[in-house]
Write a protein that binds this ligand. Structure first.
Ligand code: ACO
Length: 324
């Protein structure tokens, strides 16, 4: 018998305003045809004026707590994965703690850009397994549209805002088939920073900066890195691609998702794709897609779910979940 973490609740939130590709073609030299062909994106959600990452995180968190049948008083750790914090400090997790009306437990942010939820789930499950928390709230939330250079058509069309959350609880696991977070695989290569970064920060420019990306180079690294993470994680746990019931990738680009699925040999019917509706919501994309899958009613208890992501850093990784 070993102490593990299992997911007991999930929620998500999207700002009400949607922005279509045609809407963007009115302010940028672009077209629905170019965006759809290159990325699969048809629309994205945009936060309202004054709506912050912590507001989005709170809405997703409240839904996840409700889904778990518990209240904020029952959790003792809040982790927010985000690259668009409300403020440089305190952590967005501390702001969420305040908005949830609690003052016990711990709260901190994880920064791994688009890999934020994968990194966050690894950290949160390790915290549960080592007894540092009984019930943790993990949130991926972003206001990516605030980080974009709206004069750069190559990046402005690719991102959106939103949030998703899960509640993790300690559980005693006797068999691999019981619901729990099986494991995670994390990687980074800081030598590839220049491919995807924000050109500002407190200790450089003193400004927030804007997102910069060498899209073609990021694309070139994505499929290989992600496939390596998935295969390594499967191997570590003596599982194969055929064991995977559901593949929930980071939603950056339909071509990357299809390329990874093809490379590792996963059929389209097992792959969850939401990028057409949400665009790239960075650390929020996986919990948003996972919640879509759960809401569809297609997941059964004991299903094996593979999550994966790659993002700025470069960072990349994967998680394996035996669903509750
Ligand atoms: N509308 C119209 N034309 C555009 C646009 C646009 N929005 N953006 C760029 N173009 C033009 C370029 O100016 C260029 O024109 P030129 O040939 O006259 O110079 C042409 O389209 C081709 O540009 P490329 O950048 O070479 O286009 P590419 O085919 O590589 O597609 C894309 C760009 C979609 C960004 C692709 O490289 C990609 O998907 N990269 C992965 C990036 C990504 O998903 N990042 C997310 C973060 S990382 C992650 O989450 C995995």
């Amino acid at each position: 018998m070993s102490r593990k973490a299992k997911i007991i609740g999930i929620g998500s939130y999207l700002p009400s305003e949607t922005v279509s590709n045609d809407d963007l073609s009115k302010i940028l030299d672009t077209s629905d045809e170019w965006i759809t062909t290159r990325s699969g994106i048809k629309q994205r959600h945009r936060a309202a004026d004054g709506e912050t990452t912590s507001d989005i995180a709170l809405a997703a968190a409240q839904q996840a707590l409700g889904n778990a049948g518990i209240t904020a008083n029952d959790i003792d750790m809040i982790i927010v994965s985000t690259t668009t914090p409300d403020l440089t400090f305190p952590a967005t997790a501390a702001l969420v703690q305040k908005k949830l009306g609690i003052s016990h437990g711990a709260a901190f942010d994880v920064q791994a850009v688009c890999s934020g939820f994968v990194y966050g789930l690894s950290v949160a499950s390790a915290m549960v397994e080592t007894g540092q928390t009984e019930r943790a709230l993990l949130i991926g939330a972003e206001t990516m549209t605030r980080l974009l250079d709206w004069e750069d058509r190559a990046t402005a069309v690719l991102f959106g805002d939103g949030g998703g959350a899960v509640v993790l609880e300690a559980t005693d696991v006797n068999a691999e088939s019981e619901p729990h977070i099986i494991g995670s695989y994390l990687r980074s290569d800081g030598n590839l920073t220049d491919l995807l970064y924000v050109d500002g920060g407190p200790s450089t420019t003193g400004t927030t900066g804007k997102l910069r990306m060498q899209g073609r180079e990021v694309y070139r690294h994505a499929v290989g890195n992600i496939a390596e993470a998935i295969n390594s994680l499967l191997q570590r746990h003596a599982l194969t691609v055929d064991d995977i019931d559901w593949f929930v990738p980071h939603q950056a680009n339909k071509r990357i998702i299809d390329g990874v699925a093809k490379k590792i040999g996963l059929p389209p019917e097992k792959t969850v794709v939401t990028v057409q509706n949400h665009a790239n919501t960075s650390a929020a994309s996986i919990p948003l897609a996972l919640h879509e899958l759960v809401k569809s009613g297609r997941v059964s208890s004991g299903d094996l779910i593979m999550l994966e992501a790659m993002g700025g850093g470069l960072t990349w990784g994967a998680n394996l979940i035996r669903w509750a």
